[in-house]
Ligand binder design. Structure first.
Ligand code: SF4
Ligand code: SF4
Ligand code: F3S
Length: 265
């Protein structure tokens, strides 16, 4: 209770803001507890009351006062094309503000597939040269939390680990937290017994589909996708894509947007 709240700067670059949307729906822990009691969210253009000059001043103050101590969260990829003109905030390019904020950060969290892998903005021919953040900064620890978006409880779990233990969670060779990305969706999918038995839906509306058979022949990428969707599920454990009748499209894997088509093997 006496631990000072961890200062956090949360940047938004080329993204759709659904990572923030996912985060604010975390129920375990409840996100209000994180934002109000555990961290000091000093800058987030989505979740802070201030805007414009006031918001930029708050960020500048945190970067100065907590140099080397704050956590930098990044939502979105960074466009390098056309001198970075595709994404500018407060008169500076995304690259400029990212490098500036990264310099004094203790660690960086790459939220979602945009910051981790470039995501759909980086789809061929990648007109803005959308770039994931680990390609721009090499001298800071970076936690990659891919998914489009990541599960809210995964995001909350990652940030709470840093708050509670003062260090990064255990990461795999790609920089993803092992606790959430250690298994494939396929490994814990409730349709797995059908896969093992060779029982597959052939179309989205056939009898096998109605019986809940495996969606592999409809393009499910669960066997190649590392994520916790099948075990933690979404919307407070209610469901996940496969339970809703659609195969996994591999949204937490690099270049999933170019590795389609989504509806064929
Ligand atoms: Fe949106 Fe997906 Fe990017 Fe998150 S990773 S900001 S959900 S496009
Ligand atoms: Fe694996 Fe997908 Fe079939 Fe589930 S639906 S068992 S993830 S192939
Ligand atoms: Fe994404 Fe597949 Fe989970 S599409 S949300 S990784 S089931």
């Amino acid at each position: 209770e006496n631990t000072p709240r961890l200062p956090v700067i949360w940047e938004h670059y080329q993204e759709c803001t659904c990572c923030s949307e996912s985060f604010i729906r975390s129920n375990h822990p409840i996100v209000a507890d994180i934002i109000l009691d555990r961290i000091s969210l000093d800058y987030s253009l989505t979740l802070m009351a201030a805007s414009g000059h006031q918001a930029e001043a708050a960020k500048a103050e945190t970067m100065k006062k907590y140099h080397g101590e704050y956590i930098l969260c990044v939502e979105g990829s960074i466009p390098l094309g056309d001198d970075g003109n595709y994404c500018c905030i407060a008169g500076k390019s995304a690259k400029e503000t990212f490098l500036e904020a990264a310099e004094g950060a203790k660690a960086i969290i790459a939220w979602g597939s945009c910051a981790s892998n470039g995501c759909v903005q980086a789809a061929k021919p990648n007109p803005t040269e959308a770039t994931p953040i680990h390609k721009l900064v090499k001298n800071k620890p970076i936690i990659r939390v891919p998914g489009c978006p990541p599960i809210g409880e995964v995001m909350a779990g990652v940030i709470m680990h840093v708050v509670a233990f003062g260090r990064l969670p255990k990461l795999d060779r790609l920089g993803r937290p092992k606790a959430f990305y250690g298994k494939r969706v396929h490994d814990t999918c409730y349709r797995r017994p059908y896969y093992d038995a060779g029982l597959f839906a052939e179309t989205f509306d056939d009898e096998n589909s109605k019986k809940g058979y495996c969606l592999y022949k409809l393009g499910c990428k669960g066997p190649m996708t590392y994520n916790a969707c099948a075990s933690m599920k979404w919307n407070n454990g209610v469901s996940f894509p496969i339970q809703s009748g659609h195969g996994c499209i591999g949204c937490s894997e690099e270049e999933f947007w170019d590795k389609g088509p989504f509806y064929e093997r």
